[in-house]
Design a protein around this ligand. Structure first.
Ligand code: NAG
Ligand code: NAG
Ligand code: NAG
Length: 532
């Protein structure tokens, strides 16, 4: 009786207070190990939400950073970094080189060497941090309930294992399919395109060949980037740990994915999709931007940003872009910090920063010119704005391909495009109604969900804290060798039986044949020869 009465009352209270009621009664302690750049920006929203639900967050980050600064909803615990802020900022403005080099190989080798430099820096400061025994015993004494980290640099993953705290990963992906190895998630190469191939899920025979071979080259690169963490972790944990072991420690993988962007594919029980987590917080426009939008008249505005890493463009390219932009009737709001191109048209307004998501949510926004980073793409989808995409590196080519195959945007090669191409692409997405219809359809699919991505992410972080991990979701595949996983031992065993049976049958038959016909035949012959 008592329980029968209590259950509906609890349910009613929850219903009335909605999300304000915390299913978790006492606050937990979250150790956050973020990664620089846009990676942090969406994780910050989650940390803010965890704070507002009564949890304590400590953010562990290098003392030099672009975006990770102290805020009132977490405690910032910074560690030494071998660069000064100025050197570090310069390092990022090297993003410009991507637009300067004309040659594919040159560009890629520059991207790789730049990534290598960055990952070495990160690794060095991570190792220094983990070797600081004062800091480590401080962290150990704080007895955190969970480590929330982006594993693309697995510093937090090592730390979580070292402190024996369950980990929740928050990520877009890890190169070389290490995310699928870390989760033991099936990854059939016949219809799941690898990162960086820019293939769709319908591949021709040759594309499937390349899809299978592509990772071989990339693996070397990933080995270079990730193996130092494994060897360091082995030293720290005093047992042999591989790169995959580091990743497979995670209790839960919060993936910034959604099937409106990703192609349908298998997933695992501890993978949860929270794509679009970054476009929830829309605020009204400031006076400045509202005035621009109001002044744009019936034609509306176009929002243009190449993301937080690239804000300067070589002069020649900037002039070609400015010319293309000048030929459309819309007002263009362009986030650009370089020297203004001399041919800038009247309709183009340069700003040092723009409230991207808020602008995209304005009904007068007609198109979005983007570098196709995942955050921007999701903001375009949430707000239903067709896109002109200029992918530069990383997952951007793949994101652009996905949007293009869904008819929600046009991709331009930023290195080769002319002002005519830009003008044509903009007019196409603005005046060809199908682009708007397709992006609105994706938008309504994306937003039709039982729970908002931010609430889902909070739920799973709290779940892992409540239950001290999620070992019941861990597939036994982690404990198998590769030949056991693919059942090669079983297949071999069965094959051996078949062969033995076939051999015995053959031998018996041959023997039987000889018995029945062989001797008889010969006998007959001899008999015949005898009778004659
Ligand atoms: C180790 O960490 C402590 C506490 O955060 C800090 O005060 C100290 O400077 C660090 N030592 C080194 C060598 O980085
Ligand atoms: C953390 O503290 C516990 C108990 O005080 C101790 O057993 C453990 O070895 C410590 N771990 C690390 C990594 O220092
Ligand atoms: C923009 O237009 C709206 C509606 O016409 C008006 O309410 C608002 O005050 C205008 N804002 C500015 C900054 O001019």
């Amino acid at each position: 009786m008592v329980t029968a009465l209590r259950v509906p009352r609890q349910g009613l209270v929850r219903l009335l207070l909605g999300v304000c009621v915390m299913p978790w009664t006492e606050g937990g302690k979250v150790l956050v190990v973020p990664v620089e750049g846009s990676h942090w920006l969406s994780m910050r929203d989650l940390v803010r939400e965890l704070h507002s639900r009564g949890h304590q967050a400590v953010v562990l980050a290098p003392e030099v950073s672009l975006h990770i600064k102290g805020e009132d909803f977490f405690t910032l615990n910074s560690f030494a970094f071998p660069y000064t802020q100025e050197e570090y900022n310069n390092f990022f403005s090297e993003g410009k080189f991507i637009l300067e080099s004309q040659n594919f190989l040159e560009r890629h080798s520059k991207i790789i060497s730049s990534f290598k430099k960055f990952s070495e820096l990160y690794e060095k400061s991570c190792v220094q941090m983990l070797r600081n025994s004062t800091l480590m015993s401080q962290l150990n004494a704080s007895s955190f309930d969970v480590v929330l980290t982006d594993p693309v640099f697995p510093c937090g993953a090592v730390l979580a294992q070292y402190l024996s705290v369950p980990a929740v990963f928050f990520l877009r992906g890890i190169p070389c399919g290490l995310d699928f190895e870390g989760t033991q998630c099936p990854h059939p190469l016949s219809y799941v395109p690898q990162w960086f191939t820019s293939y769709s899920d319908h591949m021709t025979f040759l594309q499937r060949v390349k899809n299978m071979l592509y990772p071989v080259g990339l693996k070397l690169f990933c080995h270079m980037a990730f193996s130092p963490y494994a060897s360091f972790a082995s030293e720290l944990l005093q047992k042999e740990v591989s790169v995959v072991d580091l990743f497979s420690h995670a209790s839960m993988w919060l993936m910034r994915w959604d099937f409106v962007l990703e192609y349908p594919r298998p997933i695992m029980p501890n993978m949860v999709f929270i794509g679009g987590i970054n476009c929830m917080r829309r605020k009204p426009l400031s006076q400045e931007f509202e005035a621009y939008v109001n002044a744009s008249g019936e034609h509306g505005v176009v929002v243009f940003s190449l993301g937080s890493m690239v804000s300067e463009i070589p002069e020649k390219k900037a002039m070609a872009i400015a010319e293309g932009l000048g030929r459309i009737p819309q007002t263009v709001l362009w986030r650009y910090t370089g020297t203004p191109p001399s041919n800038l048209a009247k309709n183009t307004i340069l700003v040092k920063w723009l409230p991207q998501n808020d602008l995209l949510g304005h009904p007068k926004t007609r198109a979005f010119i983007t570098h196709a980073g995942s955050h921007g793409i999701y903001e375009g989808i949430c707000n239903g704005v067709p896109m002109v995409m200029m992918p530069l590196f990383g997952d951007q080519m793949d994101n652009a391909k996905r949007m293009e195959t869904r008819g929600a945007g046009v991709t331009l090669n930023v290195l080769e495009m002319t002002s005519d191409d830009l003008e044509g692409a903009l007019k196409k997405v603005i005046y060809d109604k199908s682009y708007k219809e397709n992006i609105l359809r994706l938008s309504s699919l994306h937003k039709d969900r039982p729970i908002e991505p931010l609430d889902l992410a909070v739920f799973w972080v709290e779940f892992v804290m409540r239950h001290k991990g999620a070992p019941h979701l861990r597939p036994a595949a982690h404990d198998l060798t590769w030949y056991q996983y693919h059942s090669l031992d079983v297949i071999g065993f069965l094959l051996a039986i078949v062969l033995v049976v076939a051999f015995i049958t053959f031998k018996c038959c041959a023997y039987g044949f000889r018995k029945c016909f062989g001797k008889k035949g010969r006998g007959k012959k001899t008999h015949k020869s005898k009778t004659h």
